[in-house]
Design a protein around this ligand. Structure first.
Ligand code: DSN
Length: 428
């Protein structure tokens, strides 16, 4: 490949500077356009978010915070970051917001850094039970630097066991208790988490990465009044910029800010912060609320369809349904491993996640769980009629163990997607 050089290169489009890379990005665009995306952590970032994230702000160094930078000439990025902070605070009625975390995991690291000393006890939610590794697991900073333990869901109803949380908090006396999940279909009792934390003098951190968009839309219990800090990602149900954010009480603001920078990260990413500002503005609109309503209705519709089709698929919807944007399907009653089922779904153009479930009978690393989310399709325009059709497709695909109907199912996937073009303004 011949790469152009010289001054002119700065004004050339990607396709001319690096056609090889442009072709790869084009491949991903084609994949997104032709895939029924049920990955619960993905969405469709709007054009305005992509423009901000790909803007000239990429060039700017701005270590520090608005008004207190290690670089001069930060007047524009100061205004942009202040806008993002104010929008985040207003959206979630929070006393303080930090919009610099590069990801949700970075936000969790920073909050632990702010609230704990190395060696302090931390109580998190086991990830095979739906939690996130950065809350406690030894393979992450949380488990390496803290005395961690984890709670989970009850075997009989797969709901989080609040009595176990209380008992473990009493036994381990954690400095921080994490609430929040990556893979769980029901609401949490934040008041009870608060009471448990108060009883042992622990900070409550709610990781709302998955449900932040639902909270912003007023369609999910609000953790902000109960938590000392909330961490989130801005790209899951919020559906926007790639990255994380932290909300906290005003009296923790300087500790949280210092833990993010210089504690755990380098300079902020002003282009991503600008895209977060757009995301927060969009999330305050009636249109966003309508999309979140469609997301919830879509997840419920798919769950209802799969419950109705259990007789022929053998697949069981965990807890019998969902209150949020995702549902979990247990394939163990069907005698199928989730990875195999997911490969079949992938072959007909459906993406989702295969994972281990709590009390999973499959031998590790295999699992019996499929996680299915409605965000991306609701963002694309799917409503209940289409989600019911997706539920039927899923049931047919789960039943079709030998790929006998794969050509017909692939055609149905493309037929559904054809009515909802993606990024129509982009060529290719
Ligand atoms: N990777 C995210 C998810 O898929 O839920 C969690 O970090």
């Amino acid at each position: 490949m011949s790469v152009p050089d010289g001054r002119g290169v700065f004004d050339l489009p990607l396709g001319e500077v690096d056609p090889e890379l442009a072709e790869l990005i084009g491949g991903e665009l084609r994949r997104q356009r032709t895939t029924l995306d049920l990955v619960a952590s993905e969405s469709v970032p709007p054009r305005a978010v992509l423009e901000a994230q790909g803007s000239v702000l990429t060039a700017k160094y701005a270590d520090g915070f608005p008004g207190h930078r290690d670089y001069d000439t930060c007047e524009w990025v100061d205004a942009i970051e202040s806008l993002a902070i104010e929008r985040a605070k207003s959206l979630f009625c929070a006393e303080h917001a930090n919009v610099q975390p590069y990801s949700g995991s970075n936000a969790n690291i920073a909050v632990l850094h702010a609230l704990c000393e190395p060696g302090d006890a931390v109580l998190g939610w086991d990830f095979e039970h739906g939690g996130h590794p950065t809350h406690y697991w030894s393979g992450t900073f949380a488990g390496r630097f803290h005395a961690t333990s984890s709670y989970g869901v009850r075997k009989e109803d797969r709901l989080v066991d609040m009595d176990q949380v209380a008992e473990m908090a009493e036994r381990h006396r954690p400095k921080v208790v994490f609430a929040g999940w990556s893979c769980y279909p029901r609401w949490l009792d934040f008041r009870r988490f608060r009471e448990i934390c108060d009883a042992v003098g622990a900070y409550l951190v709610v990781d709302m990465a998955h449900f932040a968009g639902l909270v912003a839309a007023g369609l999910h219990p609000d953790p902000v009044p109960y938590a000392d800090a909330c961490t989130m990602t801005v790209h899951k149900t919020l559906g926007g910029a790639r990255g994380g954010a932290i909300l906290c009480r005003a009296d923790l603001a300087s500790r949280v800010d210092a833990a993010v920078y210089p504690g755990e990260q380098g300079g902020p990413l002003p282009h991503v912060i600008a895209a977060k500002a757009v995301t927060f503005a969009l999330a305050a609109t009636d249109g966003f609320r309508a999309r979140m309503e469609a997301t919830l209705a879509g997840a419920r519709t798919m769950a209802d369809r799969l419950v109705a089709e259990r007789g022929r698929t053998g697949a069981e919807v965990v807890t019998g349904g969902t209150d949020v944007h995702q549902l979990l399907v247990d394939l163990s009653p069907a005698g199928e491993e989730a990875g195999a089922a997911l490969s079949r779904l992938n072959r007909i153009g459906i993406s989702a996640n295969a994972m281990r479930l709590a009390y999973d009978p499959a031998t590790p690393p295999h699992g019996s769980g499929l996680r299915l989310g409605a965000n991306a399709l609701a963002a694309r325009g799917f409503r209940s009629t289409e989600f019911d059709a997706v539920g039927s497709l899923l049931a047919d695909a789960l039943e079709d163990r030998v790929d006998a109907r794969s050509a017909e199912l692939s055609a149905r996937v493309q037929e559904l997607l054809a009515g909802f073009p993606l990024y129509g303004y982009l060529p290719g």
